[in-house]
Design a protein around this ligand. Structure first.
Ligand code: TXA
Ligand code: MG
Length: 332
C-alpha cells in the first residue's frame, strides 16, 4: 500500500492509479473512489466495502459541465439555486439520470436517478478535472462501520485491499453530505448532513421533509436507508431523556466492571462512571466533525460507549441521525 499527501498529488501519475480504486479525502469523510467509466474499479468498490449491490454510489464532479453527461432533462430551478448556494460543498442532489450512467453506479435496483455532488476542496476537484471524468465515491468504511474522517480510520478498515491512499489530514466537516431530492413533488432530505434542513428551506422557500429511515410501505428512493450503519463493535448507549444524568449513572452501575467510554460534549457535567473520555468539542460543528472519530477511538479501548442526545435542529439533526443508527440502546 502507498500513502500520498494530497498536496503531492501533482507528481503522481493519476491516470495509472485510477485503473483501480483509490482512497481520497473529501471535506466530509474519506471516500473510496473509482472512475464512473471503469466497471472493474466500480465493482471493486462493492467488493472491498462489502456493500450491498443495490445501494447506489454518489457521483462526484469537478465542474458544472460534467452534469450534462449524467442528468436527463432540465435541472429544476430549486436545484440551480441550491447549487449556487452550496456547491462546491457537502450537498448531494438527486437528479433524473441519463440512460448511459453505469448500472453499477446506480445500483442493481436500477433506480432512474443519479446522486451528484461537487466536493469542496480545490485540490480534490483538480484531481477529478485532471482525470476528465467524474468519480463515484462512497464513504471508505467497511459497510456498517462509522464513516472514516482520517486516513488511519480507512487503513484500519481496508488495509491492503487498496493500493493507494491519498491523505489530507482530518476531514473538515466529519459527517457525510446531506442528500436532497425533489421526489414526487416533495422536497425531501434523504440523509441529513451538515447542510441543514433550515438552510435548504431558506433557499428553496418550501417546507422540507426529512426521511432518513426506510419505511416498509413506501418505495425506496434511497436504498442506503435500509441497511445498518455506523456501528462500532461495542454497544452505543444514547441517552435522550431529560433525566439522562440519572439514567447514565444507573446504566453505568448496571454494567459493573465494564470499561465505559463517553463522547463528551463540553459544557455538560457527567457522572463519574467513565474509563475514558473523548472530547467532542463545544459547538455543533465541532461535535459533527468529531462524532465518527470519537466512536472509532472509544471502540478500540472500551466495552461500551455512552453519549447524550442532541436537539433535533441545525447540525444536531445529522448528528442524531448517525447516533440513532449507531446505537444499540436508546434510553429516553
Ligand atoms: O459526503 C459524502 O457524501 C461521502 C463523501 C465520500 O463524498 N460519500 C458518501 O457516500 O457518503 P455513501 O455511498 O457512503 O452514501 C451514499 C448515500 C447512500 O445512502 C445511498 O443510498 C444514497 O446516498 N444514494 C446514492 N445514490 C442515490 C440516488 N440516486 N437516490 C437516492 N439516494 C442515493
Ligand atoms: Mg457510507
Amino acid at each position: 500500500m502507498k500513502i500520498v499527501k494530497l498536496d503531492e498529488i501533482g507528481r503522481v501519475d493519476v491516470q495509472q492509479y485510477f485503473e483501480d480504486v483509490v482512497v481520497v479525502p473529501t471535506e466530509t469523510v474519506y471516500g473510496l473512489a473509482a472512475r464512473i467509466d471503469n466497471e472493474k474499479a466500480l465493482k471493486n468498490i462493492f467488493k472491498i466495502k462489502g456493500r450491498p449491490s443495490d445501494n447506489p454510489l454518489i457521483v462526484h464532479i469537478s465542474d458544472l459541465d460534467m452534469l450534462g453527461g449524467l442528468v436527463d432533462g432540465d435541472v429544476p430551478a430549486e436545484y440551480s439555486a441550491l447549487m449556487d448556494r452550496f456547491w462546491p460543498g457537502p450537498l448531494t442532489l438527486v437528479f433524473k439520470r441519463r440512460e448511459s450512467v453505469s448500472k453499477t453506479v446506480v445500483g442493481k435496483s436500477s433506480i432512474d436517478t443519479v446522486a451528484v455532488r461537487m466536493p469542496k476542496g480545490e485540490k480534490i476537484r483538480n484531481l477529478i478535472r485532471r482525470l476528465g471524468v467524474p468519480l463515484a465515491i462512497p464513504s471508505a468504511n467497511t459497510s456498517g462501520k462509522p464513516s472514516p474522517t482520517r486516513v488511519e480510520h480507512v487503513i484500519d478498515d481496508l488495509g491492503e485491499k487498496v493500493a493507494l491512499y491519498i491523505d489530507d489530514g482530518p476531514c473538515e466537516i466529519g459527517l457525510e453530505s446531506t442528500v436532497f431530492g425533489i421526489i414526487d413533488g416533495n422536497y425531501v432530505i434523504l440523509r441529513p448532513g451538515s447542510v441543514t434542513k433550515e438552510s435548504i428551506e431558506s433557499v428553496v422557500g418550501k417546507k422540507v421533509l426529512v426521511k432518513s429511515k426506510a419505511e416498509n410501505s413506501e418505495k425506496l428512493v434511497c436504498p442506503g436507508q435500509k441497511y445498518r450503519h455506523y456501528s462500532p463493535e461495542h454497544p452505543v448507549y444514547l441517552f435522550t431523556g431529560s433525566a439522562w444524568y440519572q439514567d447514565m449513572l444507573k446504566c453505568g452501575q448496571a454494567l459493573g466492571n465494564a470499561k465505559i467510554g463517553i463522547l463528551r460534549r463540553r459544557g455538560l457535567e457527567y457522572p463519574t462512571v467513565f474509563y475514558k473520555e473523548y472530547d467532542l468539542g463545544e459547538s455543533l460543528q465541532d461535535c459533527a466533525q468529531n462524532t465518527f472519530s470519537g466512536l472509532r477511538f472509544l471502540d478500540k479501548t472500551c466495552d461500551a460507549i455512552f453519549v447524550v442526545g442532541f436537539a433535533l435542529e441545525d447540525e444536531g439533526l445529522a448528528i442524531m441521525d448517525k447516533l440513532e443508527k449507531a446505537a444499540s440502546y436508546i434510553i429516553n
